[in-house]
Write a protein that binds this ligand. Structure first.
Ligand code: NAG
Ligand code: NAG
Ligand code: NAG
Ligand code: ZN
Length: 972
């Protein structure tokens, strides 16, 4: 799956405005575990939001518990026995998009699973969850000649989500069997399995039936051997109303009109799939329209599907259409394997929990991740479409053609896609330099998470991942962003050429099958061994990579340029934290080091905890810069003298230092300060030169890190001098963009220039630079007065937020009206985020109430709305009170285990830095009976608040004095 919604830059930027929390930027200093979940790319599984099950008589179907089974019976184990192996499924489903007599939406299914017996057994165990079987007996087991076998007992086991058949005569090894069932399932709006989504078009509510099988929800649509290694072929048939269209992984091969339940239906039969995993199966019934072309016998069909208005009237699918084919072509060339399927459909779903899902040949997306309207979408919306499409296309081979053996290797699947999504997007948009941005979005981002003692290694043991909840936990930022970071490092030290050689032979060996991560290392090693000219690695690919994937965290590499000593140490954000997790490598890594000394490049492998190299010993006038372009997954520290020289170089002429490393110096310095390796004032020193740097990456690194200072101090006396300093630093940059963009009327070409213009306007307006707030007010009033929105999409988030903050109830009502009228998801997100910028408590309280009312705000957006309010310094306490007062309601609204829960706790507690706030958290913990998945986040919040209290006590005076002394005589 692809990135989730919290990554959205629009939201991030609104967060900076009004100096409240930057929502999803690299908040290196204010990190907790919950944040990783928040940003989480594709976590789905709001498990069991649907409380209702269809009327039926299955004896045990309403009991669900996830406790470890007490006995050793095979049907009480979460993993399937190895006795049976599926070959093929015939699945026929008829979703009814109208309520039945009981007021439920349901689907009717008939399914036959064909399998081979691999070990003699008298049990047939197959996954099935929340399906109500409608025949008596529940299931028919046949041998390959079609004769029914005698079944002594059939039972459903809800805890492990199985249907179990006990047969009298054991199944024989090598023989084929099939299991036939008929069933009814609920088409709930729970975003999992076969589910329902609704939207309004021309005043009419439209319903679609769609799927999200990953990770373990195919079993909610039909009985199946629901594990990724249980690959099989699928013949899918969908029965739907004639004015609807059905889509699935493959092309339709026939359509016939039939009558069923006294009504007319169309039966669409799809071509047989290739061998594939159940989690990649997909089907959709909708009245969507498409742009693009269905394939022919020798061309691959590429189509973008969505609401009629978005696709036909507003042409919002054109951008995705234009880039999908080039991206597919790029990956075919990159992997050296042609696209395996006859077509690739991309579908924008109005309700979607993840960012996107790579179902083979039928990729589903949240609307904001696929649709793009140049009139209302910003450049970051465009970047998101390009990267998400690239991510999902990358999976069509890596993930779909070759699939991980079990979910414990999820990090390989997602880390790989995270890395190559930048390569794919770079092909689609070669002028963007988008590859650089992985450093901010993933490397720096995840280091903040991975620097906690509570982090975990990329790998987990197969036997430790069993339950749906354990699987769901794996979809975190470590898997995605750390996975992407270490794979990028690997590709860099091998060279891209060798990397793709090994990759390609790996994919060819395991196509239509499954592999484990070490299989990839084996193929890369083969490429290394064959390389001409030969390449020098200190150890094998597997030995080097083991140090990065088997142990959590990463090193800080310290150079002492007085004597050439280089050392490594496990980097922990909190130096007092207690690492209880043992490591076979004693937290030592094999580190590929690239560096620049006097403008000449060098490379070095650091293997031990401490080594000496004369190259790192400097003369008086020399400086050293290490980890060029942050291709390595580690932080860098230097002796005081070299820090002085680097900062002097930044101030004298920053262009000598590559732009990525300017961001690195800032981000490393702030994190090193947090971990007490260097003084906080040293970190602040790295921001002094910024008034003359107009580049996005260093500014973004600084803003993200300073955001922590804002959170800690925006309710204290430090805030005044800090605001003056920020104004002083941003003002020349604001003036620069004012000139370059002719008073913010024309857009610059480069992606990062556009981003920095956005950041600059946000920052300038939020700290109250008059030219900025005047500009915002003027643009907003023009819109309000003429009803024509002339604000460029890039600037909308900042301008809307500024206008709402400045304009009181009247501005808020205007934006709310626009929000209600908007049917563009990206525009709606911007408007919704701006609503949280109000300064009047009663308006913010009203918005909190609205967030739990599905007639006003979509359920998928509730958590992010509450979070935006809590980012606002005025809304913070209101949101905290609201969530505590309404905990039970919220809990039911989302189901007790939704991942977003932990996130909301993390967001609500970000500013907490006093003993009083700590007590409130403890009290909440002790008085709330059922915290669900928020329990872990609450513990993290308590830990983080304790750390904040300590940090504020230790730094407040020094920071206040630093800001005061950094102010130049008043000039603005
Ligand atoms: C599956 O569909 C293919 C056509 O796509 C057909 O040839 C085949 O007979 C079907 N197999 C089964 C078992 O129904
Ligand atoms: C570092 O990144 C920049 C920008 O992408 C690129 O131009 C430069 O070649 C890279 N430097 C090295 C040593 O790879
Ligand atoms: C830019 O626009 C603002 C707001 O309309 C205006 O006050 C200012 O004079 C303009 N600046 C320039 C340089 O034209
Ligand atoms: Zn993915």
């Amino acid at each position: 799956m692809a990135k989730g919604f919290y990554v959205s830059k629009i939201v991030a930027i609104v967060g900076i405005v009004f100096s409240v929390a930057a929502v999803a930027t690299v908040i290196a200093l204010a990190v907790v575990y919950a944040q990783e979940k928040a940003r989480n790319y594709d976590l789905q599984n709001p498990p069991d939001v649907s409380s209702t099950t269809t009327s039926g008589t299955s004896p045990t179907s309403s009991i669900t518990t996830t406790t470890t089974p007490p006995s050793d019976e095979p049907w009480l184990k979460y993993r399937l026995p190895k006795t049976l192996k599926p070959d093929h499924y015939d699945v026929r489903l008829r979703p009814v998009l109208e309520k039945n007599a009981e007021g439920l939406y349901v689907f009717h299914g008939k399914s036959e699973a064909f399998f081979t017996c691999e070990e003699a057994t008298n049990l047939v165990i197959i996954h099935s969850n929340k399906l109500n079987f409608t025949t008596n007996p529940t299931a028919i087991l046949r041998d390959s000649s079609g004769n029914a076998l005698t079944v002594s007992k059939i039972e459903e086991v809800p805890v492990t989500q199985y249907l179990v058949l006990h047969v009298s005569t054991p199944l024989e090894v090598g023989k084929n069997y099939s299991l036939y069932t008929e069933f009814v399932g609920e088409l709930a709006d729970d975003l999992a399995g076969f589910y329902r989504s609704e939207y309004v078009e021309d005043g009419e509510t439209k319903i679609i039936a769609t799927t999200q099988m990953q990770a373990p929800d195919a079993r909610k649509a039909f009985p199946c051997f629901d594990e990724p290694a249980m690959k099989a072929t699928f013949n899918i048939t969908i029965v739907h109303k004639p004015d609807y269209v059905a889509l699935s992984n493959m092309n339709p091969i026939s359509q016939t009109n039939i009558t069923e339940d006294g009504e007319q239906w169309t039966q669409t039969v799809f071509d047989k799939t290739f061998k594939m995993s159940t989690y990649l199966v997909a089907f959709i019934v909708s009245q969507f329209k498409a742009t693009g072309a269905a394939g022919t016998s020798d061309t691959i069909g590429v189509q973008i599907w969505g609401r009629k208005k978005a696709i036909e009237d507003e042409k919002q699918g054109e951008y995705a259409l234009n880039i999908t084919k080039p991206i597919l072509d790029f990956f075919a060339e990159y992997y050296n394997i042609s696209y395996p399927l006859p077509k690739s459909d991309q579908v924008a779903i109005p309700d979607f929990n993840a960012g996107a899902m790579e179902n083979w040949g039928l990729v589903t997306y949240r609307e904001t991740a696929l649709l793009f309207d140049p009139a209302v979408s910003s450049i970051s919306n465009k970047e998101r479409v390009a990267t998400v499409v690239a991510h999902e296309m990358a999976h069509q081979w890596f993930g779909n053609l070759v699939t991980i053996q079990w979910w414990n290797d999820l990090w390989l699947n997602e880390g790989f896609a995270t890395y190559v999504e930048y390569l794919g997007a770079d092909k689609a948009e070669p002028t963007w330099n988008i590859k650089d941005l992985i450093v901010l979005n993933d490397v720096h981002y995840v280091m903040a998470v991975d620097a906690l003692a509570s982090s975990h290694p990329l790998t987990s043991k197969e036997e430790e991942v069993n339950t749906p909840a354990q699987i769901s936990e794996l979809f975190d930022s470590i898997a995605y962003s750390k996975g992407g970071s270490v794979i990028r490092m690997l590709s860099d030290f091998l060279s891209e050429e060798l990397f793709v050689q090994g990759l390609s032979t790996y994919l060819k060996e395991f196509q239509y099958s499954n592999a484990v991560y070490s299989d990839l290392w084996t193929h890369l090693q083969t490429a290394v061994d064959k390389a001409v000219p030969s390449i020098n690695l200190p150890q094998s690919v597997a030995e080097i990579m083991d140090t990065w994937v088997l142990q959590m965290g990463f090193p800080v590499v310290t150079f002492d340029t007085k004597n050439g000593l280089v050392t490594q140490k496990h980097f922990l954000l909190d130096p007092d934290s207690n690492v209880t997790r043992p490591s076979d490598f004693n937290y030592n890594w094999i580190v590929p080091i690239s560096y620049t000394k006097n403008a000449s490049p060098g490379k070095y492998w650091l293997q031990g905890p401490s080594e000496t190299n004369n190259d790192f010993k400097l003369a008086e006038n020399e400086w050293l810069l290490a980890n060029i372009n942050v291709t390595g997954y580690y932080r860098v520290n230097y002796d005081e003298g070299n820090w002085d020289k680097l900062i002097a170089q930044l101030e004298a002429d920053h262009s000598i230092i590559p732009v990525i490393n300017r961001a690195q110096i800032i981000d490393d310095a702030f994190n090193l300060a947090r971990a007490m390796y260097i003084n906080t004032t040293r970190a602040l020193d790295t921001t002094k030169y910024l008034s003359s740097d107009f580049e996005y990456m260093p500014w973004q690194a600084a803003l993200s890190n300073l955001n922590f200072f804002t959170q800690m101090f925006d309710r204290s006396e430090v805030y005044g001098p800090m605001r003056e300093y920020m104004k002083q630093q941003i003002y020349p940059v604001f003036k620069h963009f004012e000139t370059m963009t002719v008073n913010f009327t024309v857009r610059l070409e480069s992606l990062t220039d556009q981003y920095n213009e956005i950041n600059t306007v946000s920052t300038a307006c939020s700290y109250g630079i008059p030219e900025c707030t005047e500009l915002a007010t003027k643009l907003f009033n023009e819109w309000k007065n003429t009803n024509i929105n002339g604000i460029h999409p890039n600037l909308r988030s900042s301008i809307y937020c500024t206008a709402v903050a400045q304009g009181g109830e009247e501005a808020w009502n205007f934006i709310w009206g626009q929000f209600e009228a908007s049917d563009n998801a990206q525009e709606s997100d911007k408007l919704r985020a701006a609503l949280a910028c109000a300064k009047e408590p009663w308006i913010l309280n009203q918005l909190l109430e609205y967030s739990l009312d599905t007639n006003k705000i979509r359920r998928q957006d509730a958590i992010s709305t509450i979070s935006s309010i809590s980012s606002n310094v005025i809304g913070q306490n209101l949101a905290w009170d609201f969530v505590r007062a309404n905990w039970i309601t919220i809990f039911q609204y989302f189901g007790g285990s939704s991942f977003s829960f932990g996130n909301v706790i993390e967001r609500l507690s970000r500013r907490f830095s006093s003993d009083f706030e700590l007590e409130q958290l403890m009290l909440f913990k002790s008085q709330t009976p059922d915290l669900g998945t928020a329990a872990r986040a609450l513990d993290q919040a308590i830990e983080k608040t304790q750390a904040n209290i300590k940090w504020v006590n230790g730094n407040k005076v020094a920071v206040l004095n630093w800001f005061k002394s950094a102010l130049k005589p008043r000039n603005i």
